[in-house]
Write a protein of this length. Structure first.
Length: 130
């Protein structure tokens, strides 16, 4: 396997909290899958969880080398927790098509947050011949 791309993104949690306050369900439906929305829930860590996933989506686009173009939707990128809680990444739609063209077979993701910021690191791994 070979690293095909790496992306890192940091998000101010207050920015996501504002979006949740101002735009609520419309913001959630546009940017997050139903699974992500359910995971982030309504509790006291809601903004932190959404912020980390928002950062993961941005970091994934950096790993793909595309930015927000080529028809990629926010919901083409999904953070899915394993039963242990470890985050994994699932790409669908146009993001999956681009990843396949780049030979990306595996995603490695790490999320973290402090009181003020959430950060995500995403590594795209794939066949060294593609």
């Amino acid at each position: 396997m070979a690293i095909k791309g790496h992306g890192v993104d940091i998000v101010e949690i207050s920015r996501i909290a504002e979006m949740l306050q101002s735009h609520g369900e419309r913001f959630i439906a546009k940017c997050f899958t139903p699974g992500e929305a359910a995971y982030c829930g309504q509790g006291p860590t809601r903004a932190e969880r959404f912020a980390a996933r928002f950062a993961a989506k941005e970091a994934t686009l950096k790993a793909l080398g595309t930015g927000w173009r080529d028809g990629i939707a926010w919901t083409d990128i999904e953070v899915v927790p394993e039963p242990s809680g470890r985050p994994t990444l699932r790409v669908t739609g146009e993001a999956a098509r681009i990843a396949g063209g780049l030979g990306i077979a595996t995603w490695h993701i790490s999320l973290s947050h402090s009181k003020l910021h959430a950060i995500a690191s995403v590594i795209a791994d794939g066949d060294s011949t593609a």
